[in-house]
Design a protein around this ligand. Structure first.
Ligand SMILES: Nc1ncnc2c1ncn2[C@@H]1O[C@H](COP(=O)(O)OP(=O)(O)OP(=O)(O)O)[C@@H](O)[C@H]1O
Length: 323
């Protein structure tokens, strides 16, 4: 019987029987000889079934191979398309037909006058799932009304290595967006660095897998931002300005975001801390796609791949930095 045969081929090792797939004709048995394997008794019906599975398996492998060879170097862009935003209960659009795209691993910078709508743009539609990674005060800001665009869309467009956007678009998953608001240190809530980092982590035991994933990334994030020399016991409020920013970044980096959004990352820092943060951003840029709103154009100019000017009334234009 086939089941009693020691075989080296995975095909012949198949021990399942599928009567419906086995024809009567094939229910004969045959003995054949294999080099060094001795005499092998084999049931044709099982071979036929095995061939059927091997054939299917090869087809699947072939498809995987074709898929990988076509899309191994796939890249994507974040796209914002014709976004309008009017706060609920008002008659004025703060964002007016904003469109732009940011390729992965690029550093994009939005500049423009105060009150033109830059921060509003950052806050539109990224939020519900990002909330867990925010401090409470920021969460209240969001819950106060800035959420979905009034119209327009924000999505990810993927491209094959032939450069064609031949795959369908997908909505930007908000879990994959990290946001650091202006003066993030004002919203620190914990009395040690570790608690600050894990503050937004899920509390329910059912989220164990997610917690394990985050825990694995924690050390990486701390190293990434250069906080590894700092004791996790330290009071976050006692850190220097630059280190507080590093901590705020680490909190977002634990989840390894596809898109990291920073609102005025250099605001309120002294020259040394600003230089430190610029250096850190240069480092992060190698791994992440970063979108920044800032007035500090001179300090960031060397990092910028794409830049846009926001005009009053929420109109965005791609434009080189005026420095
Ligand atoms: N919920 C809201 N309701 C009404 N007006 C709002 C609301 N949110 C923002 N605004 C107004 O929209 C405009 C744009 O604000 P926003 O904070 O986006 O500007 P900004 O370009 O980021 O400014 P800055 O550079 O000073 O940070 C401002 O005039 C602001 O008062």
């Amino acid at each position: 019987m086939a089941s009693s045969v020691a075989l080296s081929s995975p095909l012949q090792c198949t021990s399942f029987e599928f009567p419906s797939l086995i024809s009567r004709k094939s229910r004969s048995r045959v003995n054949f000889r294999r080099t060094r394997a001795g005499v092998i008794s084999c049931d044709f019906s099982r071979v036929e079934v095995s061939f059927f599975f091997l054939f299917s398996f090869n087809i699947i492998l072939f498809h995987i191979f074709v898929y990988i060879s076509c899309y191994a170097f796939i890249f994507y862009q974040f796209k914002v398309s014709d976004v309008f935003y009017r706060p609920p209960g008002t008659q004025l659009n703060i964002l007016n037909g904003v469109s732009f795209s940011l390729p992965e691993k690029n550093f994009g910078l939005i500049f423009g006058q105060s009150g033109s709508g830059k921060t509003t743009l950052l806050q539109v539609d990224y939020f519900p799932c990002v909330l867990v990674f925010f401090s409470l005060v920021e969460a209240y800001n969001l819950l106060a009304g800035l959420s979905k665009p009034t119209s327009g869309s924000i999505y990810v467009q993927r491209y094959g290595n032939d450069g064609k956007s031949n795959m369908s678009t997908e909505p930007l998953s908000t879990e994959r967006v990290g946001i650091v608001f202006q003066f993030p240190e004002r919203y620190f809530v914990a009395d040690n660095v570790l608690d600050e980092v894990i503050f937004g982590w899920p509390r329910q035991s059912g989220d164990l897998q997610l917690k394990e994933y985050l825990a694995l990334n924690l050390q990486r994030a701390i190293n990434w931002v250069g906080l590894s020399g700092i004791s996790l016991d330290k009071d976050p409020h006692s850190l220097s300005g630059g280190y507080k920013r590093r901590l705020a970044l680490a909190i977002q980096l634990v989840q390894i975001p596809d898109l990291l959004i920073l609102d005025e990352p250099l605001a309120g820092l002294d020259w040394k801390a600003r230089a430190d943060v610029v250096k850190l951003l240069k480092h992060l840029k190698k791994e992440l796609t970063i979108l920044v709103v800032s007035h500090d154009l001179k300090e960031l100019v060397t990092l910028v791949d794409r830049s846009w000017r926001m005009d009053m009334g929420g109109v965005l234009m791609e434009e080189p930095l005026p420095v």
